[in-house]
Design a protein around this ligand. Structure first.
Ligand code: SF4
Length: 431
């Protein structure tokens, strides 16, 4: 069976010059598919190893620590092995841009921690970085083939997703969102037992340690969170290795398993995940009762709740010694607080850091000059100072992320909040 898969990979490789993108998550299925690709390419004569192959892995910036260090080591070994044997394979670790990180979305924008019905994270943290990478490459590639370790027996939904898309004569399916990309799933019919059999009986081609992978699975007693390339595969947030912050699952069995087998770092992280669950529940009073679009209903986390959570997160970072949030993320959080409902005066994050550590955060803005301009504009336009600050902050936020789509709607929403506020003050009904 393995020989058949290797033969089919070599046929696909030699068929044309289309580059490959191979998904790797550090889990068993993707470890197997990357191993098979290495084996297949190495078995070709050196002059035929011309296809460009990119192994891509996403780091959501909130990955389980034991997985992060293992994955980085594996990628380094893959690159070294490719160089040594002239395989033309390069491994990349992709991350979401800082302004889309988990903490910037929760603490900055006030998104509630994700659940099954509002799982905003997979697209931003996992799918977008891969799509961006592929789109960037497609310009000169033209077309690409994405090779994935998806398997039918992994779950009913995975089998359904594989069955729902027809294959062409070369066993390729069209990618849902990237029109010039095709998907190949060479191990889709293997059982979990066969995957482990391959991994434990074959040495890893780049010198990685499959026994360590097996041990990680035993300790975590969970499945894997594979590389996600589109929304058609319900891939993560299902008791699998994923983000340690994942609130899509009721219990994070992978993290609990790691703690039970001695990874003490998971204790504080699991406790923080419980805190996130409490902040998500509208019953606990941490959420605005007006949605972002102005409709009544549970909306974003209140600004006070975001501040409390940031304070707790910084305490976790201090106590655990783990790098849970970066300085760049803190700057983005302040940027979003400046345009939030009930915005602070632009010093909220710096004050929390000061209370926690006695440090200050560098800030280059000239507050006095800004205040004079604010005064003049609020008088001229008849809007509140808070509204003006939110409008300015919103424009800054968009300009820092180099985008404009959606800005007019967001500015309009801030002006509607201003109107709603005035109507409430005057005892008028909301129009
Ligand atoms: S593992 Fe959980 S938190 Fe992370 S992207 Fe998937 S669903 Fe979201």
């Amino acid at each position: 069976m393995i020989k058949d898969i290797l033969d089919s990979l070599q046929r696909l490789y030699s068929m044309d010059a289309r580059p490959w993108v191979v998904g790797y998550s550090g889990g068993k299925d993707s470890s197997m598919i990357v191993s098979l690709v290495y084996e297949a390419v190495r078995a070709l004569p050196p002059q035929k190893r011309t296809k460009e192959i990119c192994v891509v892995c996403t780091d959501t910036r909130v990955e389980i620590p034991a997985v992060v260090s293992r994955v980085q080591d594996e990628l380094d070994h893959m690159n070294a092995c490719s160089k040594k044997h002239g395989l033309n394979i390069t491994a990349y670790l992709l991350k979401p841009p800082t302004h889309q990180s988990f903490w910037v979305n929760i603490l900055g924008r006030g998104y509630p921690p994700p659940n099954r019905s509002f799982r905003w994270c997979t697209q931003r943290l996992k799918i977008d970085p891969v799509s961006e990478f592929i789109r960037g490459k497609l310009g000169h590639w033209g077309e690409a083939i994405i090779v994935l370790g998806a398997r039918r027996s992994e779950s009913g939904s995975r089998a359904q997703a594989l069955n729902s898309r027809a294959k062409n004569e070369f066993g390729l399916r069209r990618h849902d969102d990237l029109p010039r990309c095709w998907i190949s799933t060479p191990i889709e019919n293997l059982s979990t037992f066969e995957v482990w059999e391959y991994l434990t009986e074959h040495s890893c081609p780049w010198g990685g340690d499959n026994q360590a992978l097996l041990q990680l699975y035993k300790n975590a007693s969970g499945g894997e969170c594979p590389l996600v390339v589109d929304q058609s595969t319900p891939s993560c947030g299902n008791s699998r290795f994923g983000c340690w912050t994942c609130t899509v699952v009721e219990r994070d069995k992978a993290s609990e398993g790691l703690l039970a087998t001695g990874d003490q770092r998971m204790e504080a992280l699991l406790h923080f995940r419980d805190i996130l669950m409490q902040y998500r529940d509208p019953e606990n009073g941490f959420r605005d009762m007006v949605r972002k679009n102005g409709q009544d209903g549970p909306g974003p986390l209140k600004i006070e709740a975001r501040k409390e959570l940031l304070s707790k997160l910084l305490a976790l970072q201090e106590e655990s010694g783990l790098p849970v949030i970066s300085e760049e993320e803190l700057h983005w959080i302040q940027t979003y607080w400046n345009s939030a409902r009930n915005p602070d005066d632009g010093t909220g994050v710096a004050n929390i850091i000061f209370q926690q550590k006695g440090d200050t955060m560098p800030d280059s803005r000239d507050e006095a000059e800004l205040k004079a301009i604010e005064q003049r504009v609020t008088n001229e336009k008849g809007i509140s100072l808070e509204t003006l600050r939110r409008l300015i902050a919103k424009v800054e936020e968009y300009s820092e992320s180099h985008r404009a789509v959606g800005l007019p709607d967001e500015l309009l929403q801030i002006l509607q909040d201003d109107l709603r506020e005035r109507q409430t003050e005057n005892g008028e009904t909301h129009a």
